[in-house]
Design a protein around this ligand. Structure first.
Ligand code: XMP
Length: 430
């Protein structure tokens, strides 16, 4: 089904995605396109029912003034402008109009049909995937993150056993994370899943390495190598599934999205292993990806999980990774997650985790002096990960978390709470 679309032309506004989201929330599909799109290109999209010119102040993109091809005003569909346009169009607004004004334009003037919903989207994608893939096989790196999990569920629905998932456990996963990938995808969805426990290999490569960027490089590089080795063992793979989402494409993605791309990007595979890409989520915003995952039957815990960096607990076990501190990060993180869930904070707080620095402090245990590690708890809220504020967690909740960590986690005698906003602190510690 070709869905009706409202095209938003980017004339330098920072709010293109806000407008696109508002229109999609009405049940009408919307895409953002560059200001210099031609009438022919627009017509080739086939289903454009209206155009919104979205300019910032003075229509400036990358420091240069821009305008649209004047022929677009006569392309046969209504045009609305959000800025100070000089040219001819049906409606002009100086700021993003109220919801009912936008609704009036989209539904009454453009007469766009409200058929954008996850059920239709999944049906369409299943059809498109089957057409693209035929009877060939698709390979997917399944990290257990939201995007790769939803891509996997979509591909399982479309092509079942023609999908081969590879889950690489780099030993830096959170507690029970790899187990839940196996449980959900192999046991419940009966996916063709190859599970690779590469813990020793990763920890070996990381041994003694304390520079954060070096750690990231090793983890990212090793991930590609392990995946590549698995890919070489398989016969007849033609396609590579990828969890590209809409913010990656319009390049207004959060820092997280960009980082995830650079760390879990398997585009670094060698020439003889280049596959054609299958990217069924590339039209979706993050919250639509989650809605899609729920519609496909994935557990809420997997679909609504907080962002987790590609290098995993590797950047939360500060400095050179040691097994005792890595276990302390993993165990304390599990306790924090359990207690936040019990207190209902898991639905409220954007990101929360623990870190363990690579130094010890003095304490008392069993009437004797001890010299052990500390756990630092961090809980923050943010919209785009560029700035962040600290969650004011109830003292009693913090006390419960502290007591549990001090009793249950080995080699730890102190728990601290990080009160620093971003900036000047970053969200992660390294
Ligand atoms: P910072 O620490 O820069 O983090 O304030 C912003 C967001 O990005 C996540 N982050 C990463 N994600 N690979 C990732 O996939 C990384 O190397 C990485 N470093 C930071 C971080 O968790 C936060 O959500």
């Amino acid at each position: 089904m070709k869905q009706d679309m409202i095209a938003i032309l980017d004339l330098g506004s920072t709010e293109n995605t806000v407008v696109a989201r508002a229109i999609r929330d009405m049940g009408v599909y919307s895409e953002i396109h560059p200001h210099d799109i031609t009438v022919d290109e627009l017509k080739a999209l086939d289903n454009v029912k209206g155009i919104i010119l979205n300019g910032g102040e003075n229509r400036v993109v990358d420091g240069r003034p821009v305008d649209i091809d004047p022929a677009l005003y006569n392309s046969g569909v209504p045009v609305m402008a959000i800025d100070h346009p000089t040219a001819q169009c049906e409606k002009k607004y100086t700021a993003i109009p109220e919801e009912d004004v936008l609704k009036d334009f989209v539904l009454k003037q453009c007469k766009a049909e409200t058929n954008w919903n996850m059920k239709n989207f999944i049906e369409d994608q299943v059809e498109l995937i089957r057409r693209q893939v035929g009877d060939k096989k698709v390979l997917l790196a399944l990290s257990g993150g939201v995007d790769s999990s939803v891509v996997a569920a979509m591909l399982i629905k479309a092509i079942g056993q023609q999908l081969v998932c590879v889950h690489v456990n780099h030993g830096l996963m959170r507690k029970n994370e790899s187990e839940s990938v196996v449980e959900v995808f192999r046991n419940q969805l009966h996916a063709n899943l190859i599970y690779v426990d590469a813990t020793e290999r990763f920890l070996g490569k990381l041994s003694g390495v304390s520079d954060p960027e070096e750690k990231r490089k090793i983890i990212g590089g090793e991930f590609i190598r392990v995946f590549e080795e698995e890919a070489r063992k398989l016969d007849g793979i033609h396609f590579l599934g990828q969890g590209t989402i809409y913010p990656d494409i319009i390049e207004s993605g959060t820092k997280t999205a960009k980082m995830v791309k650079s760390h879990h990007n398997v585009g670094g595979l060698p020439e003889d292993l280049q596959f054609e890409l299958v990217e069924p989520l590339k039209q979706l915003f993050k919250d639509e990806v989650r809605a899609c995952g729920i519609e496909l039957g994935l557990p809420a815990g997997m679909v609504y999980r907080q962002p987790f960096p590609g290098p995993g607990l590797g950047v939360r076990c500060l400095g050179a990774i040691t097994r005792d501190r890595l276990e302390a990060v993993r165990e304390s993180d599990a306790i924090l997650r359990e207690e936040f869930e019990k207190a209902g904070l898991d639905k409220k707080v954007w990101q929360y985790f623990t870190v363990v620095p690579d130094f010890k402090s003095v304490g008392m245990k069993n009437h004797a002096r001890c010299f052990e590690y500390m756990v630092i708890v961090r809980a923050i809220n943010t919209i785009d990960a560029m700035t962040a504020s600290v969650e004011k967690v109830d003292w009693e909740v913090l006390e419960r978390i502290t007591n549990r960590i001090l009793v249950e986690v080995e080699n730890v005698n102190r728990v601290c709470y990080d009160c620093s906003p971003k900036p000047p602190a970053t969200i992660e510690f390294e």
